[in-house]
Design a protein. Structure first.
Length: 161
C-alpha cells in the first residue's frame, strides 16, 4: 500500500503539474489571464507563504485520512481534505514557473513539501498510536482469559476477606 501511494505521488503530482503548466502557457497568449495575474491575488497568498496553519491543516488531513483507513470507512470527503492541502500548492508551482515567478514557485514548493510531510507524519503517528493501543488491548484480553495460577499441592489457600 505504501509503495502504491508513493508511486501515485511520484507520478500523479508531476503529471498534474505539467498539465496545469501547459494550460497556463496556452492561456496567456489567448488572453484568458494576464501575465501579472499572480501579483493581484491576496486571497491565495497562503499557497506560497507557508505558515503554522499550513502544517496544522496538513496534519489534520493526514490524521483523518489514516483514521478512515484504519476504520475501513474511507469516503470522498477524506480525499477532499488531502487534496485541499496539496493541489493548490502543486498547481501554483506550475503556473508561477510558466509566468516566471520563481520566488512564488519556490514558496509554493515549500508549502507543498510541508503539506506532504504533515500528512505523512500525522498519518504515521495515528497508525503507530493505533498499533500500540491494539497491542495493549490484545495483551489485556489474553490476560483476562488466562487460567488462574495453580497452587502447589500442600500450599496454603489464599485468605479471602
Amino acid at each position: 500500500m505504501v509503495r502504491a501511494a508513493a508511486l501515485a505521488l511520484a507520478v500523479g503530482f508531476p503529471a498534474a503539474m505539467l498539465v496545469t503548466a501547459a494550460a497556463a502557457w496556452i492561456s496567456i497568449p489567448i488572453g484568458l489571464f494576464p501575465r501579472d495575474v499572480l501579483d493581484h491575488g491576496q486571497a491565495v497568498e497562503f499557497i506560497y507563504h507557508p505558515g503554522p496553519y499550513s502544517l496544522i491543516v496538513a496534519a489534520l488531513a493526514g490524521a483523518v485520512g489514516m483514521l478512515s483507513m484504519i476504520n475501513r470507512r474511507s469516503s470522498a470527503l477524506i480525499g477532499v481534505f488531502i487534496s485541499v492541502t496539496t493541489v493548490p500548492a502543486a498547481g501554483y508551482i506550475a503556473v508561477a514557473l510558466v509566468l516566471g515567478e520563481g520566488s512564488k514557485a519556490a514558496g509554493s514548493a515549500v508549502q507543498l513539501v510541508l503539506n506532504l510531510l504533515g500528512i505523512v507524519l500525522a498519518a504515521a503517528a495515528v497508525l503507530l498510536f493505533f498499533k500500540v493501543t491494539q497491542r495493549r488491548y490484545e495483551a489485556k484480553r489474553l490476560l483476562s482469559k488466562a487460567p488462574a495460577p495453580r497452587r502447589k499441592p500442600g500450599a496454603p489457600r489464599p485468605h479471602r476477606h
